[in-house]
Write a protein that binds this ligand. Structure first.
Ligand SMILES: CC(C)(COP(=O)(O)OP(=O)(O)OC[C@H]1O[C@@H](n2cnc3c(N)ncnc32)[C@H](O)[C@@H]1OP(=O)(O)O)[C@@H](O)C(=O)NCCC(=O)NCCS
Length: 155
């Protein structure tokens, strides 16, 4: 697949990105209203990045993450919340291009470390030079009960 463009998301990407967000495997699917609010908030947040990959007029992938300060990292660190490439676009370098864009942004905003959690994409991250270190634990707060069925989860 020839990727024409990997760039930061813009307001005009909202509808096309929604189709990919809906396809991302997660036990906590997002509503359209919540997505619209979060999309705008992330665009306005200098500590957040959404990068999109477009082939022509079609959006074929995205990565979303943010930076925060962590004592253990002695500075700012970047966290990949999620990355997704459409089925027919996989294994052609789109995910790698998105992660390159994410790392470049993280470097530009002063991060010394990029990290993430995954179940199914470990080999992808290993191929990009990531090493596994700490275990990832999560706990849903409030009264929401979430499925633990792994087949629908990337996280
Ligand atoms: C993970 C994902 C983003 C990879 O995107 P992609 O565009 O297929 O990745 P690339 O083609 O850029 O692959 C980069 C490298 O990762 C490796 N890789 C990618 N997918 C792999 C897989 N399923 N198994 C083994 N290695 C894989 C390849 O070795 C490749 O190296 P190469 O360039 O030497 O061939 C994509 O499979 C996806 O969207 N999966 C569903 C969502 C998901 O699980 N996201 C991650 C959790 S947040």
């Amino acid at each position: 697949m020839r990727v024409i463009e990997v760039r930061s998301a813009e307001a005009r990407d909202e509808a096309a990105l929604w189709e990919l967000i809906r396809a991302f495997p997660t036990p906590t699917p997002i509503s359209a209203d919540a997505y619209a609010r979060m999309f705008q908030r992330k665009l306005d947040d200098p500590c957040a990045l959404i990068a999109v990959a477009r082939q022509g007029e079609t959006l074929v992938g995205y990565v979303s993450g943010h930076k925060h300060s962590a004592f253990y990292a002695a500075g700012d660190t970047a966290w990949v919340d999620e990355i997704f490439v459409v089925n027919h676009g996989r294994r052609m370098g789109v995910g790698r291009s998105l992660m390159t864009a994410f790392e470049s942004w993280a470097d530009d905003v002063g991060c010394k470390l990029a990290s993430l959690a995954t179940i199914g994409a470990a080999d992808f991250y290993r191929a990009l030079g990531y090493a596994t270190k700490a275990g990832y634990f999560k706990k849903y707060l409030g009264d929401g009960k979430q499925s633990t069925e792994p087949s629908r989860q990337a996280k």
